[in-house]
Design a protein around this ligand. Structure first.
Ligand code: A3P
Length: 337
């Protein structure tokens, strides 16, 4: 067995003030949140003890990975990639939940301390969401090691925290989305999970987000790490806004990257399967928690953030984007500075 690689980044507790801001948005975490590496990626305190195992996860040449900052269109991309790689096997896709076909690498490390108890007691059926039942029983990265067929792996971790052999070994699709829409979607995801227990507003989330304090933030550095590697032969970057504008074109680009030939008819069939209304009704993909008013696949809009931002938030968002993108070559399709 190869010797364990040492973590190339440090892990520090956030300040008490920052921890308070984060915990205003997220329930059930007892330990202080941590910042990882020079970009200061936010993770739950429990991540500290798992970081090395995740960094040392063995990548295989036939793995296909989807990476994103949360709420960027990950699920949509996973379903597309899985179907392209599995000869459009709609039957299996309809039978087996996406979180089983395409599990999340670090899931166990994200479960709040209180969450383990809630999942085991099946409180609000939370364990049925996104494979949490299994991830609470054994580490999600260990569960992935057990898979003997080609693996499909989802992660929200940035490249610098993932196994260093990743890009030279496996195919990676990175999906990015306008940070403002991502933030609104992040807020509604937690509203879906916490339901009436959640007293926080979109404004609370924005306050944490603009200070790069939500888990996996800072978003711009997260995307930029992949953007800097965009010419790597094993990396393909897509944007949510391009999927909305012309899904068949994005499907063709991903198929070409994966060396899969799809006929025009197959591209149309897949685009039809991935259409918002259909995917929202698709129970193996739209893994909404039981009895929640908010859906996991929720609105599917570009610039939906406008309905939720007041004038002050809009100005702050412009300032956030201008400052974070300063000096970077990264370009989003949905705005220019
Ligand atoms: P909204 O909350 O803005 O609707 P992730 O999978 O990374 O968590 O991202 C979830 C976001 O992708 C949600 O955004 C969800 O509605 C959107 N999404 C999922 N499938 C979609 C589709 N077929 N068309 C458009 N948006 C989709």
């Amino acid at each position: 067995m190869a010797p364990l690689l040492e973590l190339p980044y440090d892990i520090q507790d956030v300040s008490a003030e920052e921890d308070k801001i984060i915990k205003k948005c997220l329930l059930g975490y007892m330990k202080p949140f941590v910042k990882c590496g020079k970009n200061g990626y936010i993770m739950p305190g429990a991540f500290r003890k798992h970081a090395e195992a995740i960094y040392n996860f063995q990548v295989r040449p036939d793995d296909v990975w989807v990476i994103s900052y949360p709420r960027s269109g990950t699920t949509w991309t996973q379903e597309m990639v899985w179907l392209i790689e599995n000869d459009l096997d709609f039957k299996t896709a309809q039978e087996k939940p996406l979180f089983d076909r395409f599990p999340m690498l670090e899931l166990t490390s994200q479960i709040p301390e209180i969450g383990f108890q809630l999942i085991k007691s099946n409180f609000m059926n939370i364990g049925n969401f996104q494979g949490l039942n299994q991830a609470a029983r054994s580490p999600s990265w260990k569960n992935l090691e057990e898979i003997t067929t080609p693996r499909f792996i989802k992660t929200h971790m940035p490249l610098s925290m993932l196994p260093p052999s990743l890009l030279d070994t496996a195919k990676v699709i990175y999906v990015a989305r306008d940070p403002r829409d991502t933030l609104v979607s992040y807020y509604f995801l937690h509203k879906m999970i916490f339901r009436s227990f959640m007293r926080f507003t979109c404004k609370h989330y924005w306050d944490a987000f603009k200070r790069d304090l939500l888990p996996y933030s800072p978003i711009i550095q997260h995307v930029n790490e992949s953007w800097e590697q965009r010419h790597h032969k094993n990396l393909h970057i897509i944007f949510y806004e391009d999927m909305i504008a012309d899904l068949p074109k994005v499907i063709r680009g991903v198929s070409k990257f994966l060396n899969r030939d799809l006929t025009d008819k197959q591209v149309d069939k897949l685009a039809n399967h991935l259409n918002f209304d259909k995917l929202q009704k698709n129970k193996t993909v739209n893994n909404t928690t039981k009895n929640s008013e908010v859906q996991f696949i929720r609105k599917g809009k570009v610039e939906g953030w406008r309905e939720h931002f007041d004038e002050k938030m809009e100005l702050e968002a412009e300032e956030f984007l201008t400052t974070s993108l300063k000096g970077l070559d990264l370009k989003y399709p949905s705005f220019s500075l």
